[in-house]
Design a protein around this ligand. Sequence first.
Ligand code: FAE
Length: 551
Amino acid sequence: MTDSRANRADATRGVASVSRRRFLAGAGLTAGAIALSSMSTSASAAPNRTLADGDRVPALVIGSGYGGAVAALRLTQAGIPTQIVEMGRSWDTPGADGKIFCGMLNADKRSMWLADKTDQPVSNFMGFGINKSIDRYVGVLESERFSGIKVYQGRGVGGGSLVNGGMAVTPKRNFFEEILPSVDSNEMYNKYFPRANTGLGVNNIDQAWFESTEWYKFARTGRKTAQRSGFTTTFVPNVYDFEYMKKEAAGQVTKSGLGGEVIYGNNAGKKSLDKTYLAQAAATGKLTITTLHRVTKVAPAAGSGYSVTMEQINEQGGVVATKVVTADRVFFAAGSVGTSKLLVSMKAQGHLPNLSSQVGEGWGNNGNIMVGRANHMWDATGSKQATIPTMGIDNWADPTAPLFAEIAPLPAGLETYVSLYLAITKNPERARFQFNSGTGKVDLTWAQSQNQKGIDMAKKVFDKINKKEGTIYRTDLFGVYKTWGDDFTYHPLGGVLLNKATDNFGRLPEYPGLYVVDGSLVPGNVGVNPFVTITALAERNMEKIISTDIQ
Ligand code: FAE
């Protein structure tokens, strides 16, 4: 194990250990009302107040996705009052239709973050665009556009866990060791990956049920055609409760995964973070979540700690107040894009000028490429499709076409004969975030052409299947005559790499008390769907930080 920045980290620990008393002393907060709503039952003892201008807090976490939820749980369990600041809303209040989230086939304003139109990756069908106009609202899914790629991200209490497919995959050990050589993989695979899987509530589909249910015909067809071409397939664990899904199929409970719900949220069945890590953190009575507040600036405070500036927004995105809070410690958990953008702009604007020059580097799209094949009519995929993927093609060991492809549903409510795949290819291309002084914004240098290597890998696999089956690609799903879904990613990773921009545990050593705990630590590609890795790394890093810096 190497730790190139160990010395600076030691300095951090020295400063940090002094401030345990201050940490706890800072717990006296001002009052205000807060919707910690998704956890209101379990959180009745929580300090129910939103952050007010001028507050001083011991620990502030920016963002409530995987990294933020782990940080919040472990901090609160260590007795530290913790404030999460989340730009999205708390998804706990039903709309006029009695549902919290809208479905994919009847999308409304709740679907997208401050957009006038929905923006699904599968944007077309048989010559027609399928996105629709919506009212601007703080919806649950953002497609954030950079010049060469759009990045999908969850918005709200629970971050990406609200919108994702729940695929909970532990990465291949040899690849994990390749991308994060400074991390003790024995510890990860014996302790932190199991801890993350337990904390997230990962479960497996009943294979007998999978083989018989009409809802997974699409996955069985995808498996059959892959296997006929000699590819290995594998079941994939998930955080969607498969026992609940069986009851959905039996008509005993309200349908969610079998009701066309996923990327705009699941009204039931999915163990998103508000039901796992965040609920547990709230149950300590020491967690407060301030929603609809977007952090815009972090800088050293006069005296000690950090000044955190945030904008309070309304449900149409308008800024209604600006607040400055002082925090003894700040945990960046705004996701790969959110954390990278914040830190890059803080460095460039001179608020955190001493940050490593590595900040902003090493971003990747996890090799994401989407593609659809047209099956023959005798290989139907089913008019009924679960939205939760549970089967993958594992070709990672093939050096000519290394990829792991989820056999994805296309729950259109009618037979489409389409096999859809989200491939995670071993695309080595990387990009950087850089501050644009002209616009005052942070750009991402990724060019769409950087996806060509991923396309080439995916093409080898799916060309082979098409050849064997005598089938063709669907060219109507990602535009008109467009085969590859190569303009977006679901899996942004990197930007503030572990042991490069931070020390080996996510500390920003130039600024004692600042930490990074989310997907920005992971170097661009992890070979599988990323949230188990993000969670396990956060578990590892928080354990170290709490034991050495805080207690
Ligand atoms: P994330 O979960 O994105 O959390 C960041 C949070 O910070 C969000 O709640 C933001 O609203 C908030 N935030 C950002 N900026 C600010 C700011 N300035 N101030 C306040 N709050 C802020 O980060 N992964 C899998 O492993 N399996 C899957 O099946 C899967 N499916 C996916 C499907 C979709 C449609 C999408 C979009 C993603 C999917 N992912 C999947 C990726 C996964 O959700 C993602 O890697 C994690 O959510 C990233 O976790 P982080 O903690 O890094």
